[in-house]
Design a protein around this ligand. Structure first.
Ligand code: NAD
Ligand code: DAU
Length: 358
């Protein structure tokens, strides 16, 4: 089988990093071009432990998906078999305080990437094996009540500027399949967790705050439900979709692990208390503080993953509790990484977001 040349956008972020690390090890005939603007969420040091044999198949380009001329140069220079599009502004709270960047990167950036892909695909005679994989979110479907699941045909009903921007980008991707025949596929995934996640998101933020004996800010009543998926399983699912998924289709990817936020925080406290010898009255659970809720906060997400399970034979290989414990251990063992990503910008964000919640 010949080499596959893949453009990964946002490959220095959380899921992109895990994806690249996995495919370079597991898919020996894949070569990755990683295009990332290195915003606060992107970190090139995620690859510094790579051996030469892996580095040889990883080309990094520091650039922005909104830069049309850069995209034109890149697509002329490289002949991509796959575009795996991860790059995005991804944090809901940031989208509430500053939505414009979400419109610019998630909508306009995706548009420019589609345009560059379409032009190159046409110039190369519309190769059938080309894929444009758009990595999207279950948040486009809005919020569920206590019953039911998101399927691929659930109507879009986004609540936050983040999910609205992802919904808009999904519509563009689907339109490029229907109108121009570009072989696009969309995946809508539930909440990921695991190594290299930026500590603004619930799980890494709580792990670090527990370790440092800082308050654990739980929004509202803490009874919102998320469907958690270990990032390694998500990346396996994306590879399955790239190998077997049908152009024009959407695949929902979920962990089948619905948990209330407060239960996740309790579990993290308990895991770390054992490691930090904080049992009984010293329990980290004492650090929990209920703070003002996120505006427009979706109550429950839950994925019906029967399509990808049936069609592509994918299901998560890891149990939630075990993967969560492994994630805790990763953060405990990688304090240097944590220090590196907590730039001045990070500290500023924590102040702005949590001071206003009181
Ligand atoms: P992240 O915020 O950790 O990483 C985003 C990456 O994109 C960063 O490396 C950043 O530098 C890069 N980037 C941002 N703007 C860019 C631009 N204009 N040009 C080039 N690069 C840019 O995000 P993540 O959690 O890894 O999410 C990746 C993708 O998966 C996103 O599209 C997100 O919507 C989607 N997703 C995430 C989750 C989740 O739980 N994290 C779940 C479902 C879907
Ligand atoms: O569902 C997929 C989505 O999951 C992705 O598309 C997003 O990119 C990703 O950020 C994530 O969105 P959430 O808003 O669900 O994730 P977050 O980690 O920000 O919050 C998870 C839950 O925890 C949510 O109900 C809000 C709550 N929360 C979060 C933070 C940061 C708190 O209670 N306290 C906090 O400090």
């Amino acid at each position: 089988m010949g080499t596959k040349n893949i453009l990964v956008t946002g490959g220095a972020g959380f899921i992109g990093t895990n994806f690249i690390r996995q495919v370079l090890v597991e898919m020996k005939n894949w070569r990755v071009v990683n295009l990332d603007a290195l915003t606060y969420a992107g970190n090139l040091a995620n690859f510094q432990d790579f051996s030469t044999s892996l580095t040889n198949r990883h080309r990094f380009i520091h650039g922005d998906i909104r830069d049309k001329s850069l995209l034109a140069r890149l697509f002329a220079e490289e002949s991509f078999d796959i575009v795996a599009h991860f790059a995005a502004e991804s944090h809901v709270d940031r989208s509430i305080l500053g939505p414009e960047a979400f419109l610019e990167t998630n909508v306009e950036g995706t548009f420019h990437l589609l345009e560059a892909s379409l032009k190159s695909w046409k110039e190369r005679g519309r190769p059938k094996r080309f894929r444009f994989l758009h990595i999207s979110t279950d948040e486009v479907y809005g919020s569920l009540g206590p019953e039911g699941y998101f399927t691929e045909s659930t109507p879009y009903d986004p609540s936050s500027p983040y999910s609205a921007s992802k919904a808009a980008s999904d519509h563009f991707v689907r339109a490029y399949f229907r109108t121009y025949g570009l072989p696009t596929i969309i995946t809508n995934c539930s909440n990921n967790f695991g190594p290299y996640q930026f500590p603004e998101k619930l799980i890494p933020l709580m792990i670090l705050n527990i370790m440092e004996e800082k308050p654990l800010p739980v929004y509202g009543d803490g009874k919102q439900v998320r469907d958690w998926l270990y990032v390694i399983d998500h990346c396996d699912g994306l590879v399955r979709v790239l190998q077997e998924g049908r152009p024009g289709e959407t695949y929902n990817i979920g962990g089948g692990a619905e948990r209330q936020n407060i239960d996740v925080v309790h579990m993290l406290c308990d895991f770390l208390d054992v490691r930090l010898d904080r049992t009984g009255r010293k329990s980290s659970r004492n650090l929990i503080q209920f703070v003002s809720d996120r505006p427009g906060h979706d109550r429950r997400y839950a994925i019906d993953a029967s399509k990808i399970r049936g069609e592509l034979k994918w299901s998560p290989a890891h149990k939630f509790e075990e993967a969560l414990e492994a994630t805790v251990d990763w953060y405990v063992a990688n304090k240097d990484w944590v220090e590196m990503v907590r730039s001045g910008e990070y500290r500023k964000w924590i102040e702005i977001n949590y001071d206003r919640r009181g």
